[in-house]
Each structure stands twice: as structure tokens, then as C-alpha cells.
Design a protein around this ligand. Structure first.
Ligand code: NAP
Length: 300
């Protein structure tokens, strides 16, 4: 993965932003702040008011918006809406670079890339925004792109207006969507773990705020294990570096029993235990935790 740090682009480049929801407005605002002539379009034109006051041009149609410049950024609710907007456009997309920052699946991204590939000289970059709208245009934001490297390189100085980290993940247009759900999966899992723990401790009257510092320490310790897990996952061997899966399973049983006894939700604890039991049944009892990758790789 190639990353670049943020800085306003030296040369202003006309940019089009289609979709002015919470995220689209933040994207257009960041391009304006970096000095790029910015044309915007939204299904509900009223949302362009503040951007127009700051110098954006409101296009009367998607066609006019696309025609305004070589770089077209789309950020709407879903990929179905992207296709609805682009399908009727005809050849106005030819020769431009389309950057789709709408969330979706890797399959949708590859399908759209294939559709765009049928236009003359049009390049498709798919992007995943790892930030809330308030962070767009600051060092706290990251946007990951996938698709043709040449198109990324051509407009990378412009795209840097959006985020502190601007990264190209690879030529496969599906990669950015895949990274997006992978990172969200990680974040939701950490969030669920914290909330399960807060529910358990809450049953004994412990406030979540009192637990938060210890929870943070736990997350940081876990983060320290990841490099070893990653190596083992890639190598396909999982020697126990600390505890074996047998030892983990005993502690997981305590988690299930505590949850059931205290009357809090025990679904996540049971799932955690079930995965480990399956790994043991497959002969990984003396291996370390990373052996669970083989359970995650299988369809459920
Ligand atoms: N907000 C975040 O924190 C965040 C973070 C990362 C990624 N994203 C992604 O960014 C994308 C946009 O999110 P958002 O927060 O900006 O959502 P939002 O505030 O709900 O805005 C949705 C936008 O999509 C437009 N839209 C929806 N259906 C449409 C259709 N059929 N035709 C034309 N336009 C349509 C809406 O137009 P109208 O104004 O006319 O309704 C609006 O401009 C999503 O894919 C989201 O997953 C968001």
C-alpha cells in the first residue's frame, strides 16, 4: 500500500462532486478549501447553498456537472443510486476519471469498474473514506483508493485535499470496499467486546466510565499481538506464544457462565466459545489463538 501525506495541491484542477449529503458536502468543502474550482450537483439542490456561498458552482444536471472537469467524485447513499445517476449519461464520461466514494461491496465496485471500462478512455477509481465528515480535509482522515495506479497518480495531488492519508491499495477496484468492510468488522468487534464487558460489569454496579481506562489498556495489549497473529496467519502455522486454545476455552466457559448467571446477553460469549470448540475439534487445542483463522475462512 502506497501512502501520501496531506497538503493542498499546488495546481488548481476543476473537480466535480455529485451527491451533497453529509459526506459529499464535506468533500466539496475540502476541495474548495484547497483552491480547486468545484462544481456540485445534488438531487435536492437546496443542500448546495452553503457551498455555493463559498464559491462552488451548482450544475443544473448530472450531465453538466460531469462535463465541468476531468475529475468526477461521486458520493451518494448506495451503488444502486450511483448506477441510476451514471447510466443515462452517454459519452460525457469519456476521457474522465471517475472516483466513487460511495460505500459498497467489492463486487459492486468491480461491476461498476467494468461498466466504466466500456467508455472511451474513462478510468475508474473506487475509494473508501475512513473518516466522519467533520474530519474530512484534516490529518485525522484517511481515504483508500483502488483501481488504475496511473489515474491515481495523475490526481493524487488533488485527492490529497480530502485526507491526511491518501493511499493506493492496488489495481483491483474491489480492494478499497473490501478494506472498508474489513476495518469496520474490526471496529464493530472491538465495540461489541467493550459493550459486552460493560454489561457484565454494569450488573455489579460498575459504571462504564470507570471501566473505560482498563478497557483501553486491554485494546492496546490486544493491538500488540496483531503482528504475530498476522505472521502466523500468513505462514499457516500457529504455535502458542502465550496461551493454548485449550487454556482460552476454559476462560471462555467462564465468560459464558458469568453472562448467563448475571442475566446479560450471552450470544457473543457463546459464539466466541463455539469458534474455539470447533478449532479444538479440528486438532488445534495446543495451538495459539491465531489458529481460529481457519474457522473464519469457512462459510458460516
Ligand atoms: N457520513 C459518514 O460518516 C460516512 C463515512 C464514510 C463513508 N460514508 C459513505 O458516504 C456515502 C454518503 O453518506 P452520507 O453520510 O453523505 O449520506 P447522506 O447524508 O444520507 O447523503 C446521501 C446522499 O445521497 C444522495 N442520494 C441518495 N439516493 C439518491 C438517488 N437515488 N439519486 C441521487 N442521489 C441520491 C442524497 O441526495 P438527497 O440530498 O437528494 O437526498 C444525498 O446527497 C455513503 O455511501 C456512506 O456509507 C459516510
Amino acid at each position: 500500500m502506497e501512502t501520501h501525506d496531506t497538503n493542498p495541491a499546488p495546481t488548481p484542477v476543476p473537480v466535480t462532486v455529485i451527491g451533497l449529503g453529509l459526506m459529499g458536502r464535506a468533500l466539496a468543502g475540502a476541495f474548495l478549501r484547497a483552491g480547486h474550482p468545484t462544481t456540485v450537483w445534488n438531487r435536492t439542490p437546496d443542500k448546495a447553498g452553503e457551498l455555493v456561498a463559498r464559491g462552488a458552482r451548482l450544475a443544473a444536471s448530472v450531465h453538466d456537472a460531469v462535463a465541468a472537469g476531468p475529475l468526477v467524485v461521486v458520493c451518494v447513499s448506495d451503488q444502486h443510486s450511483v448506477r441510476e445517476l451514471l447510466d443515462p449519461l452517454g459519452d460525457v464520461l469519456d476521457g474522465r476519471v471517475l472516483v466513487n466514494l460511495t460505500s459498497g461491496t467489492s463486487r459492486e465496485a468491480r461491476e461498476l469498474a467494468e461498466w466504466v471500462g466500456r467508455r472511451k478512455g474513462t478510468a475508474y477509481l473506487d475509494g473508501a473514506i475512513m473518516a466522519v465528515p467533520q474530519a474530512v480535509g484534516t490529518a485525522d482522515a484517511a481515504v483508500h483508493y483502488s483501481g488504475p495506479k496511473a489515474a491515481f497518480d495523475q490526481y493524487e495531488p488533488v485527492l490529497r485535499a480530502l485526507a491526511g492519508t491518501t493511499a493506493h491499495l492496488g489495481e483491483d477496484p474491489g480492494l478499497s470496499s473490501l478494506y472498508e468492510v474489513a476495518v469496520l468488522s474490526l471496529m464493530w468487534s472491538v465495540g461489541n467486546g467493550f459493550l459486552q464487558a460493560a454489561a457484565l460489569l454494569g450488573a455489579a454496579g460498575v459504571k462504564a466510565e470507570a471501566f473505560a481506562p482498563l478497557a483501553r489498556q486491554g485494546v492496546e495489549i490486544t493491538a500488540g499481538w496483531l503482528a504475530d497473529y498476522a505472521r502466523q496467519v500468513d505462514e499457516g502455522t500457529y504455535p502458542a506464544l502465550d496461551a493454548t486454545l485449550h487454556t482460552h476455552l476454559t476462560a471462555m466457559e467462564h465468560l459464558v457462565h458469568e453472562s448467563e448467571f448475571l442475566g446479560v446477553n450471552a450470544e457473543l460469549p457463546r459464539f466466541i466459545k463455539a469458534l474455539a470448540e470447533r478449532a479444538l475439534a479440528a486438532g488445534h487445542g495446543d495451538d495459539g489463538y491465531a489458529a481460529l483463522i481457519e474457522q473464519f475462512r469457512k462459510p458460516s
